[in-house]
Design a protein. Sequence first.
Length: 266
Amino acid sequence: MRIIFLGTGTSHGVPALDCMLGTFRNCRRDLYLRRRADRYLARTRASIAVETDEGTLLIDTSQDFRQQMLESRLPRIDAVLFTHTHADHVHGLPDIRSYCWRREGAMPVYGSAETLAELRASVRYVFERPEGYVGGGIPSLEPHVLDGRPSRILGLTVTPIPVEHGPLNGCYGYRLNDVAYLPDVKRIPETSKALLADLDLLILNCLRPREHVSHLSMQESLAYVGELAPRRCLLTHMTHDIDPAVHGRILPKNVAFAYDGLAVLA
C-alpha cells in the first residue's frame, strides 16, 4: 500500500490565524514567517489517503479537504473511514460530492456508531436526501457502522482501535494490515494496545512538547512508541510548537515527523 499524508496539522492548522492576529508574538518557532521559504512547515488539518490495488481509502474529510485534493491531485476515492467528528476531521465532507459523481453507486463511509450518528446530525441534508433527488450539490453516501471487529475494505484488513480523546466514546484509530493510524488520542487503553502489536508503521499524533488535556505531547507519543515498538513511526497532528529542525534531533532513529505531501510505502 501507498500512504499519502494529505494533512499533518492540528485543528488550528499551521500557521494558525492566532499567529497573524497576535502579530506573531505567540508563534514560538516563528513558523508563520519561515513557512514562506519552506512549504513543508505549513500543515493542513490531519488526513491520509491509502492507495491499494483495489482503490483509494481516505481517512477523514478534513476542513482542508478541497485544498488537499487540489494539492495531491488525488484522482479517485473509493471509501472513507472516519476517526471521530471533531470539525477538523469531518467538515470537508460536502466537497466529496465531486468524487461521488465519478463512481457507480454511493460512496461507502465507515465509523463508530457514535461517529456516524453525530455526522448524520451535523450534515443531515446529506444523509436524508429526498427520494429520487437528482443534482450535484449533495454527495451520495452509504454509511457502515464499525462495531470493533476487523473488516475487509479495498483489500485491507481494517481493525478499529478504540482510543480516548476528550469526552468521546466512539473515537477510533485504525489498523490497516500492519500499519496503524491514530491521529487524535490522549490515552490508548490496554485492550487497544494488544491490537497494535508487531506494526511495520505507526502513525501517531504528537501535538506539541507541552502537555495537553486531550492530545499526546511529544514525550507521551515517544513513550507509546517505545512501548508498542513499531519498526518505524511517523508523527502527525502537530501544532506550530513542533519544529522538525529542532525536535527532529531528539527523535529515535525509527521515528520522524510527517509533513503534508509525504508519500510512503508500507
